[in-house]
Structure formats: structure tokens, C-alpha cells
Design a protein around this ligand. Structure first.
Ligand code: DGY
Length: 418
């Protein structure tokens, strides 16, 4: 409804800092990578120029090696830990030293497709597209050194699904000894029961200090990390963005870029099949450091739907989501409610997130699974009507969790309703 769209625009405007948005005041006071790309989709329905600016600002902070960092620390803010003094990445505008899901390619394609002034959109795309393409190449060069077609993340924060059960075993291999003492700030802004645990934070920080000791040299970090996890959702988003870059490169008349992007996508899509878990009927994470395909029933394996998977896989994912819908009222839970590790309120260990719903639905629609996609989107709007623009929601009760007035949640509402 228009009233809901108006409210969503207000939330976005409240978090707008001019050339970028913060995910939410207090808890996340800087620019986050995938938040920005998805938020641009929301802007594109009421301020197209502002939508491009969001992605332009993000890509302006791309590293020389091609990486696009997960946070850009535009303005100092003591309310967040770990800040630039911990990361010490040496960038002129400070950034973190790790990356996040590569949603920007998908965002560019949507922005271009819906732009009324194609000439203006083309001008902006000419600048942006090569940067996004270089980022994708960075991924396969640095995070897939053995050329398997699948990239690994080296820190849970890279996944965007920080404390997912997917990372538990991988984090067991990460020590906690020797790290500098620190005080968390996230738990002063949000209910600690909705956040990662202290033990997890210690391991997050150990990894940051370890990579810092290697001077953030991405030619070394993958092999030097005790944590190397191959996430189907993360890879699928990258594959989808490579597809989108290929399409856009064709439109711009850059065939070399188009064929490089297509090659990455094709190889990635073939390799994704190795993450199919027949026990669960969904994709699951592969712990590359340990050489184990996990049995963790998380939404990472359902997000794979976004990569236009084979039809029988898309059908199986729909069956799996239908099963989850018997276990909770609000699809799609980030963890299977039937599993012992499920926690309905703790961040990525159970709660439902609108951005994830959107991306799964997007993929299902592409695969012709319209009915389940619409069901997921309708459920998303029920959550908003019940509990407002929260960071995430309890999938059983629908209660709001984490931060409030959340930018990308609002952006998804606009995207769904427009
Ligand atoms: C946080 O600080 O919780 C973020 O998710 C890290 O990116």
C-alpha cells in the first residue's frame, strides 16, 4: 500500500547521509557493502539519481587490488567496534579489510533496466560496470586459488550471515589467545540475546588481527586463514552478479567483458552442484579448511536459488522451503526450526530477513517457481505490518529483532510493493 511505501521512504531518508546510507543509526553508523547495493534498489523507485550515487560511493572505495570492502568508515564514530584503529588497512578513507556478498552487479542491472533515461544510465554504467567486473575477477583470483569455480570466505563477517551455524565448526579452528582486550559496542545498541556471543566475537577479532599481521595482502590471506568456508548463497550471489555484468556488458558493447563474466558464471554454476546435499534436499556449506561438506540446514543453501540453478534443484529448494513453512509462520528462517541449534531471535541462527527473502524470491521467479516466490514476498509484508522495519524477525512469533528503522528492510518493502 502507498502508506507502507511512504513509511519505508521515510526510514530510508532518515538513514541517508547524502552520498551513502547507514544501515541503521547507532548499531551500524557507516556504509556497509551489500546493504548499500540492496538499498539502491529501494531508492531507484523514488530517486533514481540517489540510487546510482549509493553504488558509486561504494565503488569509489574499491581497493587497488580489486576488492570492495565490507565497511567504509566515512565519519568517525566511537559507538562501533571494531573501528578503523583495529582494522588498520591504510586506505585514505578508512575501510575494513574483508569483503561482502557481491550484490552490486545485480543492483546495476536492475537500475539500468528500470531507468527511463537510458542515455544517462549508460553514462553512469560505463564508469561503474568495469569496477564491479574487476571485483568479481578479484574474487576468483584471490578466493579460489585452486580454480575450483567456488570462492571461500575467510571471515564470517564476509558472508553477511555473521553468526550462522554454518561457521561454528570453521570457527573452532580459530584461536582466541593473544588478542588485544576489547569492549563490544553492538550489545549497547541491540539486545545481547539477539546478537553473536562473546566467544564468537573473540574469534572474529582474532581473524582480523591475523590478517592485519599479514598487511591485508590478499594474495596471502586465503591460504593463511584457518577459516575457509565455501557458502552456496555467497557463491550464488556472485554467479548471479556475473550473469548481470555479462548482460550489461553486452548492452554497452564490451564483448570481452561479457565473455569473461559469462565464463566465471558458467564455471561457478557448474561447481555449485558440488554443494548439493542430498540428505537435506538443499545446498550446504563446504568447509574448505577441513575438507567437509556440512549438514548445517541454513538459509545459505536456499539463497543459492538466486543463481538460476537447474530446474530440478529449484523444485527441490521449493519443497525444502515448504517444509520450513510447516515449522514457522514467517518464511524464510535463517536456520531450520527443527534443528537443535535453531534460535528464533539470535541474528542469523533462526530469524527471518527481508533481504534474503527478496533474493530467494528473485531467483525462484527466474526459475519459474512463481507461487513459492509470491508466498515468501507476501509473508515479508505481513512481518512489516506486524512489526515495522526491523533488522530481522523471529520467524515463529514475527517479533522485531536487532536494530530498528532499518534501511535495507525499508528498501525491500519498496522493491516488493512497486
Ligand atoms: C557487525 O558489526 O555486526 C557487522 O555485521 C559486521 O559487518
Amino acid at each position: 500500500s502507498q502508506a507502507l511505501i511512504d513509511q519505508a521512504c521515510k526510514v530510508m531518508e532518515g538513514n541517508d547521509r547524502g552520498s551513502y546510507t547507514v544501515p541503521t543509526h547507532g548499531l551500524y553508523p557507516f556504509q556497509w557493502n551489500w546493504d548499500s547495493a540492496l538499498s539502491a534498489l529501494g531508492f531507484s523507485h523514488f530517486d533514481m539519481d540517489r540510487a546510482w550515487v549509493e553504488v558509486e560511493t561504494l565503488m569509489a572505495h574499491q581497493w587497488e587490488d580489486g576488492m570492495v570492502p565490507h565497511i567504509v568508515f566515512h565519519e568517525p564514530d566511537d559507538g562501533y567496534f571494531p573501528g578503523p584503529d583495529v582494522w588498520q588497512t591504510g586506505q585514505s578513507v578508512p575501510t575494513t579489510g574483508i569483503t561482502q556478498p557481491a550484490v552490486a552487479g545485480l543492483a546495476l542491472r536492475k537500475l539500468y533496466n528500470r531507468a527511463e533515461d537510458k542515455a544517462a544510465a549508460r553514462t553512469r554504467l560505463v564508469e561503474l560496470l568495469p569496477k564491479v567486473h574487476v571485483w568479481h575477477q578479484w574474487f576468483y583470483r584471490n578466493r579460489d586459488p585452486e580454480n575450483t569455480g567456488l570462492v571461500a570466505i575467510i571471515h564470517p563477517w564476509e558472508s553477511g550471515r555473521d553468526n550462522s551455524v554454518d561457521w561454528d565448526e570453521g570457527l573452532d579452528a580459530v584461536p582466541t589467545e593473544g588478542i588485544a582486550p576489547f569492549t563490544r559496542r553492538d550489545t549497547t545498541h541491540a539486545n545481547p540475546d539477539h546478537r553473536p556471543t562473546d566467544d564468537q566475537y573473540q574469534r572474529y577479532i582474532w581473524l582480523v588481527e591475523h590478517f592485519r599481521g599479514l598487511r591485508w595482502d590478499n594474495t596471502k590471506l586465503h591460504d593463511a586463514s584457518p577459516f575457509r568456508l565455501v557458502d552456496p548463497g555467497f557463491n550464488a550471489i556472485l554467479i548471479r552478479s556475473c550473469d548481470d555484468v555479462a548482460e550489461l556488458a553486452e548492452i554497452l558493447g564490451v564483448p570481452a567483458m561479457a565473455s569473461e563474466a559469462r565464463e566465471m558464471a558458467t564455471k561457478g554454476r557448474e561447481a555449485l552442484e558440488s554443494l548439493w546435499n542430498a540428505n537435506l534436499g538443499q545446498y550446504t556449506c563446504y568447509n574448505r579448511a577441513a575438507g567437509i561438506l556440512q549438514d548445517t540446514p541454513t538459509v545459505g543453501g536456499l539463497l543459492a536459488a538466486i543463481a538460476q540453478v537447474p530446474p530440478e534443484r529449484a523444485e527441490a529448494l521449493v519443497r525444502r522451503i515448504a517444509l520450513l513453512s510447516e515449522r514457522c509462520d514467517y518464511l524464510v528462517p535463517s536456520h531450520d526450526p527443527a534443528d537443535d541449534a535453531f534460535d528464533s531471535k539470535r541474528y542469523w541462527r533462526g530469524p527471518t530477513w527481508l533481504v534474503v527473502n527478496y533474493m530467494i524470491a528473485e531467483g525462484l521467479i527466474q526459475s519459474g517457481q512463481e507461487a513459492m516466490a509470491q508466498r515468501i514476498l507476501a509473508g515479508s509484508l505481513r512481518l512489516i505490518e506486524k512489526s515495522g522495519f526491523a533488522e530481522y524477525y523471529d520467524p515463529i512469533s514475527g517479533e522485531p529483532c536487532g536494530g530498528g528503522d532499518f534501511t535495507w528492510t525499508a528498501a525491500m518493502v519498496i522493491e516488493i510493493l512497486k
